[in-house]
Write a protein that binds this ligand. Structure first.
Ligand code: CTP
Ligand code: MG
Length: 172
């Protein structure tokens, strides 16, 4: 029983790792010009805001995809893992962008908290983008459920560490 749960946890983290890395990398390597070019939406508020930068997006995409390449080397299914890494990373970053778009429409300022959306939005989109590969891999639904359950606490914990290390100005 405990062994099964630990195995499920291991499979879940192994699978979703490129999305986690893609989401965390911009915090360290991001900054500079914003993706929205500083433009405002028709409601007069930023499209995404200054927290979504081109450098952060590109760095996250490269780092997440590199994880996929490493996984392909380790697991020996290069094509599957490279494609999976790319889709999970892209999905995580697009989901994060969409989250910021929604936050700005709700008048939540850059860096303001949007519970659930902040912790789960990126991973839901990563899974959506990677869903064709998940079908090919016959990924069990329990793995997806596990990912959805563990991501919020992992996200909150890593953000807290990022805050303590001085990478983030807010602990969430
Ligand atoms: N970041 C970046 N480029 C991205 C995503 C994130 O440069 N595409 C960096 C920014 O420095 C950002 C930090 O990572 O401040 C933390 O990301 P996140 O918490 O997603 O952004 P917030 O600043 O909280 O902005 P928002 O309210 O839009 O989520
Ligand atoms: Mg934030």
């Amino acid at each position: 029983m405990l062994n099964d749960l630990l195995q499920l946890l291991g499979v879940a983290i192994w699978f979703i790792l490129p999305a986690y890395v893609a989401n965390a990398t911009p915090v360290v390597l991001g900054g500079g010009a914003p993706i929205d070019g500083g433009k405002l939406f028709r409601d007069g508020r930023p499209i995404f805001g200054a927290g979504k930068t081109i450098r952060g997006f590109v760095a996250g995409l490269i780092a997440g995809s590199l994880v996929g390449v490493l996984q392909g080397v380790v697991a020996g299914q290069a094509y599957t893992y490279v494609l999976l890494g790319l889709l999970l990373a892209l999905g995580a970053l697009v989901g994060d962008l969409l989250g910021s778009f929604i936050k700005r429409r709700l008048n939540i300022p850059r860096g303001g908290a949007a519970p659930v959306l902040d912790q789960l939005g990126f991973v839901v989109f990563a899974l959506l983008f990677a869903s064709p590969i998940m079908v090919i891999m016959v990924l069990r639904w329990e793995v997806i459920l596990t990912i959805l359950l563990i991501t919020p606490p992992i996200h909150l914990a890593t953000n807290f560490v990022g805050y303590k290390l001085g990478f983030k100005s807010r602990p969430y």
